[in-house]
Design a protein around this ligand. Sequence first.
Ligand SMILES: [Zn+2]
Length: 261
Amino acid sequence: MNNLSREAILGIILSIALFTGIYFLLPEMEPKKELISFEQEKELGDKLIDLILKDEKKIKSGELYDLTDSIFQRLREFQDEQYRDIPYQMHLVKNAEVNAMALPGGHIVVYTGILKIMDHPDAFAGVVGHEMGHIAHRHIVDRLLTSVGVGALVTIIGGDPGLAHEAIHHLIHSAFSRKQETEADEFGYDLMIKSGFAPIYLSKLFAKFEEEIPTNDIPPILHSHPKHKDRITTAFSYPLPDDFEPAGFSQDRWLKLIDSL
Ligand SMILES: [Zn+2]
């Protein structure tokens, strides 16, 4: 019986090419991320998120959860039509690490460590908007296809925990390309403005990263990013349209809740 789909055959060719190192010599067959459907990406993300959060303490209720969730829901509401069907899910995790990351299929993980250095709710909107950009552009699947290959991804979807750990290792230790980071930034700024969040508060967060985090401990959100100082300037001077209407989340309330972490 031979019922290999076109995707599976392309996947096998791509895996062999990656394995033998001739991938870069191949003509562009088609965008690689098309090898994995969004449904498969979602299944993959669901498997990975379960492993990543297995030993983590998730925050699922309370004032801080409600506030961050309201900001997240507002971003979702103001997205362009074409992204509305993405099943985004935000996971707030009690962990001192300064980190936020996107996983395949719509999962966004935010550690409370990064909230601690945000002095305004709009900065939170900026970080989540940026991660939504990586998901909307399917950057994570792109990265995984390059690092572990389509065969491994299909095997993980089929339930192989060993390969899933390997994929997580790659996600944690490899970086997005500079082009992908720029795309996610542009997506994030655009979404912030539409939803009433001011990028200037993200600029303050970037400046804080620079002050407070040793260069050898740069969080993934900054990996491979357009020059850090340029990024601070871009966010700082990002133009607000004349009809900009602030979403109006209170800074005092934000600071009070962050203080209690
Ligand atoms: Zn990024």
